[in-house]
Design a protein around this ligand. Structure first.
Ligand code: ATR
Length: 280
């Protein structure tokens, strides 16, 4: 390390599964930056004390993951998008002030822009499946890009209704049991549920009535090609996967901590993909 304060970390419990060290250390090496990115296994009850001593530990900032995203929000100065999502995943020190944001919003949008460059040309309606933190980030991002109508469907309807109250009248709620009826005029379909994830049931949705210009995005990245994305590809639709979102969401943290906006390269993607394959 060049200075005593030139490191960042991911804080979680458990934290072993996090791919953030692989991503950030790849970039540090690629750009020849003499700094480190580490894993910090921190229990829930120790989180507040830990982030109170970030600077003393040599950290300029951190990622936070399960179970600390809401606590990190309460203990820092969140920006507008973190407030809209209600959770943060990226912290950085500005002098003595601990600031925070939620980079899932731009991770989702930037990946979509790369994978399906014209997704928003006629994006009058998006259908978002799920109503957790990831759905909030996706909805906030889609509204910021001018999508007129966002239909949210969730197994537990009350959580979708809460999103409607939070984001206003451009957000509508659809019945989880009759999703297919929503597809015909959907320009963008986004899965934010855990369905399709390794070890979870697949999302069974017949895509027949989706238009041929529709785009399908999934935030699940294990496996990289989920059954939903495979079905969309088989129909010749544009797709955006969760691995791309994971890589793009890391860009802002790196740039805040280390002063360089890094590139999401094919080489980085292959590196993380290979690591995901060995883990499953
Ligand atoms: P996150 O904050 O990471 O988005 P979450 O709050 O745990 O995670 O949300 C997971 C999403 O997957 C929820 O929308 C959940 O639906 P419920 O709100 O009804 O729990 C959805 N989900 C998980 N398992 C599911 C299943 N078997 N069928 C349908 N939806 C499921």
């Amino acid at each position: 390390m060049t200075t005593g304060r030139h490191a960042a970390c991911v804080i979680g419990w458990p934290v072993e599964h996090s791919r953030s060290p692989l991503i950030h250390n790849y970039w540090l090496k690629r750009y020849g930056i003499a700094a480190e990115y580490r894993r910090e296994a921190v229990r829930k009850e120790e989180f507040q004390a830990f982030i109170g001593t970030l600077a003393a530990r040599g950290y300029v900032g951190a990622n936070v993951t399960v179970p600390h995203k809401e606590a990190a929000f309460a203990l820092s100065q969140p920006d507008e998008r973190a407030r809209a999502v209600g959770a943060v995943n990226t912290l950085w020190l500005e002098g003595n002030v601990l600031r925070s944001t939620n980079t899932d919003v731009e991770g989702f949008l930037d990946n979509l822009d790369v994978c399906a460059p014209h997704w928003d040309r006629d994006a009058a309606k998006a259908l978002v499946l799920g109503a957790g933190g990831a759905a909030r980030a996706v909805i906030y991002g889609l509204l910021s890009r001018g999508v007129e109508r966002i239909v949210v469907a969730n197994r537990t309807a009350s959580r979708a209704e809460a999103l409607q109250r939070a984001f206003g009248k451009q957000v509508k709620v659809a019945d989880w049991a009759s999703l297919e009826g929503e597809l015909a005029d959907t320009a963008l379909l986004v899965n934010t549920t855990t369905l399709g994830m390794h070890g979870q049931p697949a999302l069974t949705l017949d895509l027949d009535s989706l238009g041929r210009h529709a785009t399908v995005a999934d935030i699940v990245y294990v496996p990289v090609v989920t059954p939903l994305l495979a079905a969309a590809k088989a129909r010749g639709l544009a797709t955006a996967d969760g691995l791309g979102m994971l890589l793009h969401q890391a860009v802002r943290g790196f740039s805040l901590w280390f002063g360089k906006t890094p590139e999401v390269t094919g080489e980085l993607r292959a590196l993380v993909e290979a690591d995901l394959e060995t883990a499953t």
